[in-house]
Design a binder for this molecule. Sequence first.
Ligand code: UD1
Ligand code: CA
Length: 450
Amino acid sequence: MDTALIILAAGKGTRMNSDLPKVLHRVASAPLLEHAMAAGAMLAPRHTVVVAGHGADQVRAAATLFDEDAQVVEQTEQLGTAHAVAQARPALDGFDGMALVLYGDTPFVQPETLEKMQEALANHDVVVLGFEAADPARYGRLVMQGDALERIVEFKDASPEERAITLCNSGVVACKSELLFDLIDKVGNDNASEEYYLTDIIGLAHAEGRSATVVTCAEAETMGVNSRADLARAEAAFQSRARALLMEDGVTLIAPETVFLARDTYIGRDTVVEPNVVFGPNVTVESGTTIRAFSHLEGCHVSRGGVVGPYARLRPGAELAEDVRIGNFVEIKNAQIAEGAKVNHLSYIGDATVGARSNIGAGTITCNYDGVMKHHTTIGAGAFIGSNTMLVAPVTIGDGAMTGSGSVITSDVEPEALALSRAPQVEKPGMARKMFEILKAKKAKMQRGS
Ligand code: UD1
Ligand code: CA
């Protein structure tokens, strides 16, 4: 059966106390919304509809950045979860597959759980994702009748007996799309919150003799984010799970609790990650590399055999081929570093290509920005860039060329040439001794005078 995702993301998130819409706060370097969209995307949905409200323009931008085919519809007034889902109706006109409702503020629902719901829908009209809550608090309670789900009662409307139920509603619901919208049409707002509750569709379906059932998952999957404290808890939960998965996949984390991963971090087997390393979004690290302590990586690729850090910074567009070495206090941005090249100390390489086995001396800087535009530096294979060379881009250094230490290179250097641009050295015999004598005499005179 085809799937359509309906992701609810209109809420303000008052308790975040933020100008940013709640679903755009980040866990593991990705907006909460993206986590929910990514979980749903594993079902290869035909439609993805995001219901936005507060900060709709920003939510739209984030949704389409992740999935350019996502449709974003607006719910201008937040009248309840059923009303929110109803906004997706025009976008799903004529669609007759499964509609799956997810919350944009609930990032950890696993794709396998959603698959189970999809399977259950083959035999039922409505499938709700439930969980046994350690503390049921204010969750909606699932009222069962044997194996069948009879209705969901919201905490505010529940009797003491119903509040004693520990099987709770996660909010995730699967239903045949047309039936979902038919049921929603019948939902009213005569309840404690005066909201249109999506949860009311269960009782309505039951009354029509339709079957509803529950698929259960671990409580950890249903964790929602409503406050900054929840956000921190979600981050911690994500990180501990992601670290454990990496170690299972054969990656050594010397001090796992000090390594921070992004939602999409990929690290190959037999790579060693030393303590205090941060991975931002969009990083791939191949097998058999070493990421040394205190390095920061984002938007980059490290190939097999690479050694990065300690204290290295790889920024977006840094692409390291096999056996590249990037040492301490080196920043690489939008640059391709070919096989076996070394940039070991105190350098900035930005908007550049560096040829295979070239050696970039300490303190080398690609001067890529003229204050208005960015320019490219090309360094050939087997080049030797002397320490403290300033490469004023645009500039090309040929294969096997050399630059003298301290040079400011403003024009291209032919292959195998040596380029020097620095004041010639002058030497004055005995002058240092004379200078010392003069200076010492001056100091003695000053001390007598005071
Ligand atoms: C909802 C469920 C409850 C469940 C709980 C799980 C209903 C009536 N209740 O309660 O059974 O245990 O989630 O967390 O569905 N939203 C909109 N537009 C609206 C209202 C909500 O987009 O008009 C979005 C919110 O931004 C949020 C989600 O839907 O992402 C859930 O809404 P919320 O008001 O937090 O529902 P709960 O009261 O938590
Ligand atoms: Ca909530």
